[in-house]
Design a protein around this ligand. Sequence first.
Ligand code: T4K
Length: 371
Amino acid sequence: MKEPIYVTQPYLPPLEEFTEYLQKIWDDKRLTNNGPMHQKLENELCEYLGVPEIALFNNGTIALLTALQALRITGEVITTPYSFVATAHSLLWNGISPVFVDINPDTLNLDPKKIEAAITPHTSAIMPVHCYGNPCDVKAIQEIADNYNLKVIYDAAHAFGVQDEGGSVLRHGDLSAISFHATKVFNTFEGGAIVCPDAKTKQRINNLKNFGIVDEVTVVAPGINGKMSEVNAAFGLLQLQHIEHVLASRKEIAQLYGEYLSSVSGITVVPHSGQTVSNHAYYPILVGEEYPLTRDELYQKLKDNGIFGRRYFYPLISEFSMYRGMPSAAPENLPVASGVAEKILCLPIYPTLDHLAIEKISDIIANPHSF
Ligand code: T4K
C-alpha cells in the first residue's frame, strides 16, 4: 500500500463549506468568549445528543479537570487503569489520588464488583471511562455511589453519540466529560465539553472555565481558561451537518471487519455491550494465544505493511512512573486490565477508509505469514 494508513484520520468536510462560517466570524469580529458560534453549538449539541445542558471546552482534559473542580472533589477517586493517561492525570492535577480498580473482562470498563473494596474514608468520587464508547455498568456504579455518598464523573471522551435504551449515555452520573479531539468521532480540531444536568451546575462550570469571572468586578473561584474559540465552535457546527454520514460510514467499516475477522482463530473482536446505538469510535481486537503471532508481532507486521494500528491502552496508566508506586497500581491488583493491555490492538477505522484497505488489513491478520 502506498499511503500509510493510521489508526484514524479526522473527518474534514469540504473546505468551501467551512469558509462560509469563517466569513461570519470575520464579519462579527467575535473570536472567543462565548460568542455566537459557541452558543449555537451548545444549543445544537444539546438537541442532537438529547442532553439537558452542555458546556463547551477547549479540550477534553480541561473539561475533566474542571468537572472535578465543579463538584469540589478531593481525597481519593476510584478510576480505571485501562484508559488514556488524561483520565488519571486530571486527578493528579487536582491534587487528588487516583485509586485504580480492575476492569470487567467483557466490557473492559471499571468492574463495579471490585469498587466497594477500594472505598476508604477519603474516597469522594468514582471516575469511570466508557472505553471505546462501550457504556459502563452505569446502574451498578450509581448504586454504589448512592450507598457511599460518592459523586460519579464519567470520562466519556469516546462516547459521543452513543445511546442506551434510555437515550444518550452522557446523561449518566453527576457529570460527563467528552473530547472533540481531531482523533474523535466528532471533532472540533481540539475541543471537549461537560454534559451536566441543570442550569445551576452549568453556570458554575461556565464561571470555572472563564477564570472564575462572573462580571467585570467579580471573580468567584480560581478558574482556568477552558473556553472553546469561535473557529473551533464553527467547525463543530459544520461537523454536526455531516455526523450521520460519519456514523454510518464507521458502522459499515465495523461490519466489514466483523465479516472478515470473525472466523480468524485467536482474534477476538471486542464486543459491544449495553448500547442501542454505537459510534464505532475504535475497532479494538484481542490477539489471543491461539493466534500464530503475538500482539506485538502482529502490530509490527501491520506496520511493515504501512498500517499503523495502535495499542490503546498499553501500557496501563498504572504502569507509568507517576502512578507505579501507588498500592492500587500493583499488577496483582489489576489482573484483567494487565492481561487485556498485552492483547489489545486497535485497527484503523475512519469514514474515508476504503473497502480495499479493510480487505488488505483483514487479509494480513488472517494470513500473517503470507505478508
Ligand atoms: N480521556 C480519554 C479516555 C481519552 O481517550 C482522551 C483522549 C482524553 C480523556 C483527553 O481528551 P483530549 O484532551 O485529547 O481532548 C490520541 C489523542 O490525542 C487523544 O485525544 C485521545 N484521547 C487518545 C486516545 O488518542 P495519541 O497520542 O495516540 O494521538 P496521535 O497524535 O498519535 O494520533 C493518532 C493517529 O491519528 C496518528 O497516528 C495519525 C492520526 N491523526 C492524528 C491527529 C492528531 C491525524 O490523522 N490527524 C491529526 O490531526 O492520542
